[in-house]
Design a protein around this ligand. Structure first.
Ligand code: GAF
Length: 390
């Protein structure tokens, strides 16, 4: 963490001179269970990982936003016209800076809120584009900074919704609230049981170390953006099915009712959402009331989740399947693809004393399948966003 903060501050000094008013950090996330459920009003169970994005920020007197990024070495500058609602569609700020511009835009559309200019330096340890929500980490770090620096009163839920709106309406990625919620609200040693309908978030004990377990994240290096077609296609399938079934969202459908859908593909999509919600709810309740006994018993539900995402929701890819199969055959308690899918990362729940061996087994499987050599990370349940005084 010290190194990350130093890099953000040093970047700030190099790009803008002087010292920032403060540093705000926000983490990436994994999701234990509950995939493609958030935009169906359903359940999920993410937690923040110990990889953070840091934003070293100061207010500026002019109404412009200057954003330097360590990853690109470039400074992007934008002004009010480029974050206005109309121009956001016709003339958006391009690339990674669109997440920052989206936050400024989203905040500025809230009633009574005025966001002044800022100088922002970004450094990040969250692997980019690997399905660990580097974009939500960036959004939440910048949002937290602007909210503090401009004394904007915003509840935690409104922060989540403001960040999601930036992503949906400015960047153009039709995502749910999973990533922003995890980045903002996570608690060390816990996962968050999220109900995306009521927006009630309940921390559930998730102490991997105490259980002698580790969660390995395996980045397949297959890249996919949620702003492109397939994620939106799945979302549309769900909305179409809900409409045909005459319900507000797929949260309201049970195992019998969905059989009324004539279209097999839609039935598969709905079956995933129903079973994924059931798995996540059962796991969260068992963790809450202590009946699970041991975290390793979550493994079977994780693997079932993968099969459902692969066969029914069709969002996996050969590289993710290779990782999951190798992990299971190698003795993991469970494994699954994670996040939106079509690439990115898988997670595997393993005995801590076997995690090195597991990485070797997975790397060998990728090699045999002639797929890119994966990168491994440990996902320790960590704290959500914070201001750090340096
Ligand atoms: C991505 C989205 F950003 C989330 O909102 C969620 O839908 C997830 O894919 C799938 O569960 O991470």
């Amino acid at each position: 963490m010290d190194d990350l903060l130093r890099r953000a501050e040093a970047g700030y000094s190099r790009a803008f001179g002087g010292r920032p008013a403060g540093c705000w950090i926000a983490p990436g996330r994994v999701n234990v269970l509950g995939e493609h459920t958030d935009y169906n009003d359903g359940y999920s169970m993410p937690y923040a990982i110990g990889f953070y994005t840091a934003a070293a920020v100061s207010r500026s007197t002019s109404p412009t936003w200057q954003v330097w990024s360590e990853a690109t070495g470039e400074t992007v500058t934008f002004g009010p016209s480029r974050v206005s609602r109309d121009l956001s569609r016709a003339d958006p700020v391009p690339g990674w800076a669109s997440y920052v511009a989206g936050i400024v835009w989203s905040l500025s559309t809230l009633p009574g809120v005025r966001v002044g200019g800022a100088r922002i330096a970004i450094a990040s340890d969250v692997p980019l584009g690997a399905g660990m929500s580097s974009s939500a980490a960036l959004e939440i770090a910048v949002l937290s900074a602007l909210v503090d620096l401009y004394d904007i009163e915003l509840s935690v839920l409104d922060r989540v919704l403001t960040a999601r709106r930036a992503e949906n309406e400015y960047v153009g990625a039709p995502t749910g609230v999973l990533d922003q919620t995890a980045s903002l609200m996570s608690i060390p040693g816990h996962a968050l049981f999220m109900d995306s309908r009521s927006n009630v978030i309940e921390p559930v004990p998730f102490d991997l170390e105490e259980a002698g377990l580790e969660m390995i994240v395996v980045d397949t290096h297959v890249r996919h953006s949620h702003a492109t077609g397939e994620y939106a296609d799945r979302r549309r399938d769900c909305e179409r099915a809900a409409k045909l079934l005459d319900v507000a969202s797929l949260r309201d459908v049970n195992h019998v009712e969905y059989l009324a859908l004539p279209d097999r593909l839609l039935r598969r999509r709905v079956r995933h959402v129903i079973t994924e919600n059931a798995r996540t709810l059962a796991a969260a309740r068992a963790l809450q009331d202590g009946t699970l006994g041991d975290l390793r018993y979550l493994g079977a539900a994780m693997t079932e989740s993968h099969l459902s995402l692969m066969a029914d929701f069709e969002v996996s890819c050969p590289e993710l399947d290779t990782v999951v199969q190798a992990a299971i055959e190698g003795g993991a308690w469970g494994a699954r693809m994670m996040g939106g899918g079509f690439g990115g990362s898988a997670i595997a729940l393993v005995n801590a004393d076997r995690s090195d061996e597991m990485c070797d087994v997975i790397a060998e499987a990728a090699d045999l399948a002639e797929q890119p050599s994966p990168t491994f990370y440990l996902a320790v349940p960590s704290a959500g966003a914070a201001r750090i005084d340096t």
